[in-house]
Design a protein around this ligand. Structure first.
Ligand code: HEC
Length: 125
């Protein structure tokens, strides 16, 4: 065995601790601070615009999403379901006819992420 291997092996447990220090500590469920802005820019901005100005999807900025969904629970349901089931039908308080082009996010985003992005759209966009 070359002489350098011995200290390298001796240091292995130390690497183990360093690894745990970096990756081992998971935040406790419920204490995770999910960023609505981050969820928005990853999942919604491509259609609704980086600042909510609209694109493929309608504008959401300046409280537009609150006008459509005065009740936050309806807004949350909408993001989970997407608009496919409403294609050709009116939705929301303004009776807009849905194109069906918004995907649902129930399978890809957690409950916390959906709540965070909805709060972001309602309060910060
Ligand atoms: C692939 C494009 C696309 C993506 C991605 C998308 N949306 Fe939409 N969204 C739409 C379309 C299109 C509509 C209008 C409904 C329709 O035509 O079916 C809409 C409507 C909405 C509305 C209602 C606003 C209104 O004025 O009618 C809200 C709120 C909303 N989206 C939130 C979100 C959120 C939150 C995300 C990300 C988690 C998201 N959307 C991602 C396309 C998208």
């Amino acid at each position: 065995m070359p002489a350098w291997v011995v200290p390298a092996l001796a240091a292995l447990p130390l690497w183990g601790f360093l690894y745990l220090g970096i990756f081992g500590e998971r935040p406790v469920e419920g204490e995770v601070a999910v960023s609505g802005a981050e969820v928005y820019s990853r999942n919604c901005a491509s259609c609704h615009g980086a600042t909510g100005g609209g694109g493929v999807g309608p504008p959401l900025a300046d409280g537009a999403s609150v006008d459509v969904f005065p009740d936050e629970a309806d807004h949350i349901e909408w993001v989970k379901t997407g608009s496919q089931p409403f294609r050709g039908q009116p939705y929301g308080a303004e009776g807009t006819i849905a194109t069906g082009n918004m995907p649902g996010f129930e399978a890809t985003l957690s409950e916390e992420e959906i709540q965070a992005v909805v709060a972001y759209e309602r309060e910060s966009l």
